[in-house]
Design a protein around this ligand. Structure first.
Ligand SMILES: [Zn+2]
Length: 235
């Protein structure tokens, strides 16, 4: 059903880590989707209902054909068998060829746990005897969105044409990024967010000779069939 599915811990994660890539792929005609594991119920600002509603607005801006939320417990996400089974069932329904997960190390436990749960759910989803009601499915490729990981990316996607809309998709979370008094010292204002995200995207774009970019890590070696057509200037 989907060509690309991004799985993240919280609504608004994907908008910061791989939203430009999702948008770019949708513009190439691929069917893209987003699945958030939690609704951010421990967040200082907003309610889970508001955040899920805002995530649907953001998904429209990113031209995603699907956005779901599994409502797992926020800030205390566990890699449990029921969690993996629930996610495996959803992966079987959505049948993504490419799966985007958070990088496997990070400050927030929910992020690295999502990476682990996502990988292990893919494994389960491919087991024929898991259940008799759904077709087995395992994504062909797993990409790890590494924008906040400070590691050497395996590749960078040019998001120069998508950056502004990715920014709009993040600002669609008005409960998080609007002018609110709650947690004012915790949440940067819009100008600060814009500058920060632009600087990071600019850094990665610079690595491939474009304005803005989003980095990814893959665990497998990248295959090249045509060395003459390879991009990114060496000298
Ligand atoms: Zn998050």
């Amino acid at each position: 059903m989907l060509d690309v599915l991004a799985i993240a811990a919280h609504p608004d994660d994907v908008e910061q880590t791989c939203g430009g890539t999702l948008l770019s792929m949708a513009e190439k005609g691929y069917r893209t989707g987003i699945l958030d594991l939690t609704a951010g119920d421990m967040g200082t600002r907003g309610t889970p209902e508001t955040r899920v509603a805002e995530s649907q607005d953001a998904a429209k801006i990113l031209l995603a054909q699907y956005r779901g939320n599994l409502h797992f417990p926020d800030a205390r996400l566990e890699n449990s068998m029921p969690g993996r089974m629930t996610l495996a069932a959803r992966i079987r329904e959505l049948k993504p060829r490419v799966l985007i997960l958070p990088y496997w190390e990070g400050r927030h436990p929910d992020h690295y746990r999502t990476s682990e749960i996502g990988y292990e759910a893919c494994f389960l989803a491919g087991l024929k005897k898991l259940d008799q009601y759904t077709e087995p499915h395992r994504p062909f490729k797993i990409l790890y969105a590494s924008i906040y990981a400070n590691v050497q990316p395996s590749f960078v996607v040019d998001i120069s044409a998508q950056f502004e809309r990715r920014m709009s998709s993040l600002l669609a979370y008005r409960s998080q990024y609007g002018e609110t008094k709650d947690g004012q010292d915790l949440f940067p204002d819009e100008a600060e967010i814009r500058e920060r995200l632009a600087a990071i995207a600019r850094f990665y774009g610079n690595l491939i000779g474009t304005k803005y970019g989003e980095p990814f890590v893959v665990k497998e070696t990248m295959r090249v069939d045509d060395v003459v057509a390879m991009g990114v200037r060496s000298i």
